[in-house]
Design a protein around this ligand. Structure first.
Ligand SMILES: [Zn+2]
Ligand SMILES: [Zn+2]
Length: 148
């Protein structure tokens, strides 16, 4: 957080307590919040904060490469401030939970194929869709209730 704060100041970004709270909240969570979720989380501590401030701070962090932005067709954009570098995500289709998963999606064959095309890979998105553990259990108990 300190390092990000210093970098923001260096770029002439006015680091108000609200903005610092956004940076901190994002660095602390692995829940990949949306701007709206972050806003709602911080509003009790910063009642004068606007959603626009959250968006502006997120945008600046993204430009700095300090946050990974995950855009979805359904219109919601989620942010990962803990692991700004490319990594794989497990995305629950039922509740929208996003979890990080430590895997290297590239086989040496895949890396070779990319190299053969002379392409310089900068970043990637690797989204895996399914049901999280919680939703599977909920689904199982719903099925059991229906069977009774
Ligand atoms: Zn779920
Ligand atoms: Zn992530």
């Amino acid at each position: 957080v300190e390092q990000v704060a210093r970098e923001l100041r260096r770029r002439g970004f006015r680091l108000t307590p609200q903005r610092l709270a956004i940076v901190r909240a994002l660095a602390m969570t692995d829940s990949h919040p949306s701007a709206e979720t972050l806003y709602e989380e911080l509003l009790p501590s910063f009642p004068t904060m606007s959603l626009a401030t959250v968006y502006k701070t997120l945008n600046t962090l993204r430009e700095m490469g300090q946050v990974m932005q995950l855009e979805f067709k359904e219109g919601s954009t989620r942010y990962d401030g803990r692991h700004p570098d490319s990594h794989a995500h497990l995305i629950c289709s039922a509740c929208g939970r996003i979890q990080d998963v430590e895997v290297d999606p590239f086989s040496s064959e895949a890396r070779g194929a990319i190299q053969a095309l002379g392409f310089q890979l900068a970043r990637y998105r690797f989204d895996l869709y399914g049901l999280c553990q919680g939703c599977q259990q909920k689904g199982a108990s719903a099925t059991m209730k229906a069977a009774r």
